[in-house]
Design a protein around this ligand. Structure first.
Ligand code: DC
Length: 645
């Protein structure tokens, strides 16, 4: 079992672009497949669960192709699936097997659906009961009430309302609603129990409407579909960011100071899980809503409030609250969450077991969980994830207690969010920012500190140098701000085994030439160029941490860096160092010219209007005029250790 060890995390700040919503992606894929006409789906989630759906649709004869920019084009079959006999493997994707079971039961073919072992323990009986009422031929080939299933053609009759339970999973209702228009007949579903997770039904109704099918809803009790409605492609559709995934980052902002902004969901969202932000607000977090973003910060007091909440409307995001409870000021109660028991794992049991490992006192009931946080979170714990993506993602937040933590089998996040840990690192991984003027030795020092810490290393100056070289090579004038910024935004650069490559060409030495050095300092003064390189620099922030050197690491790129160092030396000492380097390389060197050149570059770097080189107030000064490299590294390491890294 391979675990991912997270370092102690002390703060969270920044912004995260969310992947597409799983719930929306899989519904859109199925509706697009059943519709008349082609649908272009933009920002489709690429994860295990969507791949399961895509693979099934392709096996059923639906033509799905990748179109530009990671978008996907689905040629709808305008009714029932072309392939009439198929064996489908559904992994552990509830959002795939349930709606497909219903659609296939009404498709007049022979189909077998199975999944991983856990899928065969997840109930589907209520949906099958609903389908049997209209004459569908659906059989259990394993245990009654659970997949695997076999489906055969049948004579359907929709003369009476379908009576359906809604208290185990709302996906059974979603599945029937999406499938029934295939019959062309009028259909009515009546709930025989309370319906759980209602906001997911709203997503279903909203998306069906976009494909031209209206459902009449009477309270949450009765759903009617008029005869003769057919799915028609709306043309192009955008998938919203995943609101359940947003919960991890919003909670990180609430626990780790913030602000943390999630991009891709906001006040216009059709996903119920955005209401997680309201629950966080109940805990005292400061929340700000935009149409396309949500931002969270810690309470002014710094401490989150305990809560007692009915969370039936946000079952997935509620798991994040259970972990946030570790940081609350008292006993937290999560109520009405019985559906957790039949998800990827028994989430109530799993949550209780793992929270206890961290020192919490946990009471567990059939449909509730009560969490009393420990005085301090136990360090060095290994969290088991039960092949449940949400267990891995929400427990990663416990590291914000400033304790190291191991997440076992972290790849389970691939189910819905393959890049989760990189995204988390972008807002939480510790950063050591080392700024200073040219030839202050910061590059060598930063690299050695990175090695000593086992951290990643970013030489931000090389990005400006690469931009200058790319401009020179492609004939773009160095003062053509838009032109240079365009090159910077798409810089085909990579760092491999100590070499710096530009479009596959080794330019390690070329970017150090005097011409490129002077050019770098010119392009670095252009605001659009700096903006174009910002996200790229921030993406270097990875676990277990990053050492970044440059001019504005502490002030602009990583303002929340855990340790900030301003490394400098007198201009004379720096000119002398460069002189020695050139002589060693057998290159011509003139002390006077070098000094003048350095002073000019210092002036340009310090006087430009954007991100000028300056010693931030919160950065520790290290003057290396009289220090050799070893002594400079030791001075920086002392500062780093003082910050508890
Ligand atoms: O650190 P260096 O000498 O490789 O940097 C090359 C140029 O890029 C230098 O003139 C300053 C500029 N630069 C910058 O403006 N901001 C950074 N973060 C890094 C470098």
């Amino acid at each position: 079992m391979v675990g991912l060890t997270l370092p102690p995390l002390r703060s969270a700040r920044g912004s995260v672009c969310l992947p597409g919503s799983k719930s929306i992606s899989n519904r859109m894929l199925l509706l697009a497949a059943l519709a008349q006409g082609a649908t272009e789906i933009r920002k489709l989630l690429d994860s295990d669960d969507t791949r399961v759906m895509l693979a099934a649709l392709e096996k059923l004869g639906i033509d799905v192709s990748a179109s530009s920019g990671g978008n996907c084009r689905v040629e709808g079959c305008g009714g029932t699936f072309p392939v009439k006999d198929a064996e489908l493997f559904m992994g552990n994707a509830g959002t795939a097997i349930r709606p497909l079971t219903a659609a296939l039961a009404l498709s007049g073919g022979h189909y077998r659906l199975s999944g991983v072992a856990r899928m065969h323990e997840r109930p589907i009986g209520d949906l099958v009961d609903g389908l049997l009422q209209i004459g569908a031929d659906v059989r259990y080939t394993g245990n009654p009430g659970f997949p695997p299933l076999a489906i055969h053609p049948a004579n359907l009759k929709l003369d009476a309302p379908i009576r359906l339970r809604g208290d185990v999973s709302s996906q059974f209702l979603t599945a029937l609603l999406m499938a029934l228009p295939l019959t062309g007949a009028a259909a009515v579903i009546e709930m025989t129990t309370e319906l759980i997770s209602k906001p997911y039904i709203e997503i279903t109704l909203n998306l069906m409407a976009r494909f031209g099918v209206e459902v009449r809803r009477e309270a949450w009790q009765r759903f009617s579909i008029a005869a003769g409605q057919r799915y028609r492609s709306p043309g192009v559709l955008d998938v919203e960011g995943d609101a359940s995934a947003a919960s991890y980052f919003l909670a990180a902002g609430a626990i780790g100071g913030g602000p943390v902004r999630v991009e891709g969901v906001g006040s216009n969202s059709i996903q119920g899980d955005v209401r997680f932000a309201e629950a966080l607000r109940t805990m005292g977090a400061r929340i700000e809503w935009g149409e396309q973003h949500i931002e969270a910060r810690a309470p002014e007091s710094g401490r989150l409030n305990a809560f007692d909440l009915d969370l039936n409307h946000i079952p997935d995001a509620a798991m994040t609250l259970a972990v946030a409870a570790l940081f609350a000021d008292g006993r937290c109660v999560l109520r009405n969450i019985a559906s957790w028991r039949v998800k990827e794992t028994d989430r109530i049991a799993a949550m209780a077991t793992e929270l206890r490992k961290l020192g919490a006192t946990v009471e567990e009931g059939a449909d509730f969980l009560a969490v009393t946080p420990p005085a301090t979170i136990s360090p060095g714990v290994a969290i088991d994830t039960y092949d449940d993506h949400r267990m891995a993602m929400c427990f990663s937040l416990a590291a914000l207690g400033g304790v190291p933590l191991t997440i076992n089998d972290p790849q389970c996040v691939n189910k819905t969010f393959p890049d989760y840990f990189d995204a988390l690192a972008e807002i939480t991984a510790p950063v050591i920012a080392i700024d200073g003027p040219s030839a202050s030795g910061k590059g060598t020092v930063a690299e050695r500190v990175a090695k000593a810490m086992g951290y990643h290393y970013l030489d931000s100056g090389s990005l400006y140098r690469l931009t200058a070289l790319a401009s020179i090579r492609s004939g773009v004038a160095l003062n053509d701000e838009a032109g240079v910024a365009g090159l910077a935004a798409g810089l085909p650069a990579s760092f491999e085994g100590g070499c710096i490559l530009l479009a596959g060409d080794d330019v390690t030495d070329a970017i150090r030439s005097e011409e490129v050095s002077a050019g770098a300092s010119k392009v670095a003064a252009l605001p659009a160029v700096r903006a174009a390189l910002l996200a790229r620099q921030r993406a270097y922030r990875r676990f277990p941490g990053l050492v970044a050197d440059g001019r504005d690491m502490a002030s602009v790129v990583f303002p929340a860096a855990a340790a900030k160092v301003f490394l400098t030396a007198s201009a004379e000492a720096r000119a002398e160092r460069r002189h020695k380097q050139l002589i060693v390389k057998g290159m011509p060197a003139n002390m006077h010219a070098l000094l003048q050149d350095l002073q000019e570059r210092d002036a340009r770097d310090a006087q430009r209007s954007v991100a000028p080189l300056r010693h931030c107030e919160d950065a520790d000064l290290v003057d290396t005029t009289r220090l050799d490299i070893e002594a400079a590294v030791a001075a920086v390491m002392t500062i780093v250790k003082r910050q508890g890294l």
